[in-house]
Design a protein around this ligand. Sequence first.
Ligand code: TXA
Ligand code: MG
Length: 344
Amino acid sequence: VWVVDNVVDKKSSYPQILQAAALLRANEVVAFPTETVYGLGANAASTAAVKKIFQAKGRPSDNPLIVHIADHNQLEEIAADIPRVAYTLIEQFWPGPLTLILKKKGNVICDEVTAGLSTIAVRMPAHPVALALIQESSLPIAAPSANLSGRPSPTSAMHVLADLNGKIAGVVDGGETGIGVESTVLDCTTEIPTILRPGGVTKEQLEQVIGRVNVDAALLDEKQVPKSPGMKYAHYAPKSPLIIVDGEPFFLQQLVDKQRALGKQVGILTTEERRHVYKADVVLACGERANLSTVANRLYDTLRAFDDTDVEIIYSESFPADGIGAAIMNRLKKAAGHQIVREK
Ligand code: TXA
Ligand code: MG
């Protein structure tokens, strides 16, 4: 694949962005940085182009994609009956990590993007390279996270290449992404807007701007069927089983010791504050507990790093589920297949 080196700001790297935009216009798929995770972009108006995304990722075709735009005018070309609350949110959070589910308009966006649904997911990313690329392509860009289906989302160009080298036309390297977890998906077609996927914009932030916000029942009870098709798939899974431990470090260490006594290679996912209190075969710190946005930022890279070790089982600390913690715990629970051990 064609890789553009460290396109950190848009001015110094415009020739490369133009090259990537030309590939998108030629209906090729190109990975690019956003403020959340890397996306795998294609022309959202072209069935042929969008099919390449599903093929490269091995993504089930019933899982719809987010359309990325760089200009507010693009919104009204692809969405209909946009409620007032959506405009209020756009004013406050775009560009940024908030995806809105709206009624789909007309047939500009091909059916493969929306997986045949009557709604469409739209967001304007807050990354200079993403915005410049979308602008230069003059296209609405369909883009899921640029990982193989089932792998942790990529937060660096290296992660993208680890999964998709040889399967895509190129990747624009913009260094590491800032937020580290995906955008919040908010359904604006319900009377009270409903969070379908917790992400970069927190529930608390949304409520400050629009008042009451609901949460999809499936996020609170794993037995419910999620309203967002993508949320039903096992996701972000490391190669070895992951178990979340809700308890004190001493309790986690006891669980680890038992496994090691059985001869297992054991990993621990912890934070900077606690990394020195544990003893295991591999101990990886994922940001600082005192600043959960650093945990969000490091989460996927840390899950991937365990795959490069010989551990056979991973125990992870648990995190408070408010603020950005809601997104962290949602992803961690999925990675763990909802295996949680609670200290009595
Ligand atoms: O931060 C992000 O959102 C990243 C970057 C690249 O923008 N993208 C991303 O895309 O996470 P993806 O495809 O990995 O996740 C999109 C989520 C899926 O859970 C999908 O089911 C949901 O959005 N979605 C898309 N269209 C939808 C719709 N019409 N109704 C309900 N959920 C929808
Ligand atoms: Mg994804």
